[in-house]
Design a protein around this ligand. Sequence first.
Ligand code: HEM
Length: 173
Amino acid sequence: MKPSYLVSGLPGHPLHPPLTDATIGTYTVATALAVADVTGLSENAAAGGWWFALLFGLCLTVPTALTGLADWLKITRGTPLWWTATWHMVVMVTATVFFALAVILGHDGWQGGDVDAGPFVLNVIGFLILAVGGWLGGSIVFVHGMRVLNLVDEPTGRAVAPVPHSEKEEAEA
Ligand code: HEM
């Protein structure tokens, strides 16, 4: 068991992708609640949930970004994969800044049971940037194939087991 498994996950079971699901899902809920409040579909309950969802999303972003950073540090600098991953990082950090500003500037309105116009716009812009970052993340994995083992004939029992699989770096170690 390598210490790096604690931050990067096992070969075949990286930590960053499942964390991104939780983070993106939480920001999606926040955005849906903000839209519900602003359009009048739901009033106080939506605004109350909105702010907490954004805050929870920011908390989830910490381990998500750290596990992504751990993988990014292993990429050879200047390669096409590195450029795609670096753009992904820049875009995700930018989205996070927008969500953080929405949390800070939306606090007072939230206490009054409302999503104010400014924080709403910041939230929506952050969400659109997040979608671009997700697209770039998909390129890292599904185009460049980072951390994909593609062990088509791996028996199911072993494929789902929490054991390290053969990864390029493993084979070289
Ligand atoms: C809010 C923060 C972030 C989110 C929501 C996010 C989202 C994603 C998504 C959706 C993927 C594709 C994985 C999949 O489709 O299953 C991905 C892959 C990746 N991301 Fe991020 N990311 C974030 C932050 C970062 C940061 C800060 C870095 C680098 C410093 C980074 C580096 C990577 C790398 C290297 C991959 C390739 C797959 C892997 O390493 O497991 N990510 N990310």
